[in-house]
Design a protein around this ligand. Structure first.
Ligand code: C2O
Ligand code: CU
Length: 469
């Protein structure tokens, strides 16, 4: 089944032959624990979601509170987020708060910042959010399976003075691999995915719906918080009948309201846009994704009547967050991350378990990519920073694939060879054969990951860490 590569889903609707019953029997659900306090819970557990059309069965998923997406957490800047995470899954898990510059023990990375939370066990996440913006949460244990089964949710940190909009919507964009009975295809761990572009799917949803839509009035202004929660698919977004501005990337304000053009959104990345429905009443505006040979609609905005007689004035920039300026690049300390491996990459051998191992043997162990010659996280960090130091990390993509590199606990700026710095990000797409530099001040103490957000690449070797003391 597939719902992309075409604007209508009629083709899919026709193929509804012989559906089996998808049972949830046999799924192991631990008893809910007595709540220890008033703290809100976040309960990862099996559930079902209506991903496919009504004549298909619902899809058995894993979701926070059993739902896809999990609950949207909305808090004001500077607030404390407290959630007792309950693991109702049949395997260990954790929660990572993607993009939040939080205290290291709350970062949710097994082995590095906390032990894995075993089935039926729990863990208290409790941290403050220093920055406004669009963030999200997801597991960091077997993420390549758990996120493909539906575990993710949005975390929105509101500005003290938000821009004037009529509506503020989070759009969590996901790419599922579904079988003909609309169940999740169980092809986890397929080395073909791991060595190529990751587990891409055949069914696209926004907020767990294949046909996400909204009724709007002409000239209504919307804030859309776009989040790519897919394991591996890179979306190339564009719109018809909508016109507006890009105001933030990865949660961080841009310093200006930029006329919005097409937006490339790699796994993990976010974009905040302020847009007006400019399509005529009685017509539809759409947000769509362009693939190499076709495009498909992600969200439909049905324009009914007018919200006002003319467009609102252009917005101003969002107020910036207290991210430290990256300081003097000339004095920055430097590290290099050399990425190699994958299909068509020509990697012959790499270090595993303390010795050089040929590619064939690496592949048998599910290791297909290397960072600085290592397929596993080594005991030694990529670099050790003293708190407050400026760092420039050169990332060399010596592979045939793009990689969405995500830095934990900090935001950084891509720095060009001319020394010019781009917008703050926490996840940066590095194209095949491209070299980038990222500059940031290592001001958050702890052990932090730097990894590819294509989840199959991450588990197959593309992760490392750095220490800030
Ligand atoms: Cu969104 Cu290390 O993850
Ligand atoms: Cu990658």
């Amino acid at each position: 089944m597939t719902n992309y590569a075409r604007h209508t889903r009629r083709d899919f609707l026709c193929r509804t032959a012989a559906l089996g019953i998808v049972g949830t029997a046999g799924r192991w659900i631990p008893p809910a624990r007595a709540q220890q306090s008033e703290t809100a819970t976040l309960h990862a557990k099996p559930g079902t979601a209506r991903l496919a059309p009504a004549d298909y069965p619902e899809t058995p998923v894993w979701g926070y509170d059993g739902k896809v997406p999990g609950p949207t957490i909305r808090v004001p800047q500077g607030a404390t987020v407290s959630r007792r995470f309950l693991n109702g899954l049949p395997q260990g898990s954790t929660v990572h708060w993607h993009g939040v510059r939080l205290e290291n023990p709350m970062d949710g990375v097994p082995e590095l910042t906390q032990p894995v939370v075993e089935p039926a066990d729990d863990f208290l996440y409790d941290f403050t959010v220093p920055d406004t913006g669009t963030y999200w949460y997801h597991p960091h244990e077997r993420a390549w399976e758990q996120m493909a089964r539906g575990l993710y949710g949005a975390l929105v940190v509101e500005e003290p003075e938000p821009p004037q909009v009529d509506r503020d919507e989070v759009l969590l964009i996901d790419d599922w691999r579904l079988a003909q009975d609309a169940s999740i295809d169980e092809s986890f761990g397929a080395l073909g995915d791991w060595s190529h572009g990751g587990r891409t799917g055949n069914w696209i949803t926004v907020n767990g719906e294949a046909g996400w839509s909204l009724r709007v009035g002409q000239y209504e202004r919307l804030r859309l918080r776009l989040v790519n929660v897919a394991n591996a698919r890179i979306f190339s977004l564009a719109a018809n009948g909508l016109d507006g501005w890009l105001v933030a990337l990865d949660g961080q304000p841009l310093g200006e309201a930029r006329p919005a053009g097409p937006i490339v959104l790699a796994p993990g990345q976010r974009a905040d846009i302020l847009i007006d429905a400019v399509a005529e009443p009685g017509s539809q505006a759409v947000l769509y994704s362009r693939e190499r040979e076709s495009s498909f609609v992600l969200a439909t905005f049905t324009v009914e009547g007018t919200a006002r007689n003319e467009r609102l004035p252009a917005p101003t920039a969002l107020a910036s967050n207290p991210v430290p300026p990256h300081g003097s690049l000339a004095e920055a300390r430097r590290a290099t991350l050399h990425m190699e491996g994958g299909a068509m990459g020509g990697m012959r051998e790499a270090r595993m378990g303390g010795r050089m191992v040929p590619m064939r043997e690496l592949a048998q162990a599910g290791k297909l990519w290397a960072f600085n010659g290592d397929v596993e996280m080594s005991e030694k960090p990529l670099f050790a920073a003293e708190r407050g130091e400026a760092w420039l990390v050169r990332i060399v993509n010596d592979t045939a694939w793009p990689h969405a590199m995500h830095l934990h606990g900090h935001h950084f700026r891509p720095v060009g060879s001319d020394g010019n710095a781009g917008p703050l990000r926490d996840t940066l797409l590095v194209d095949s054969e491209q070299t980038v530099q990222i500059g940031f001040v290592a001001d958050n103490p702890g052990d932090w990951l730097l990894h590819c957000h294509t989840l199959e690449h991450s588990i197959a070797g593309m992760r490392t860490w750095f220490r800030v003391t």
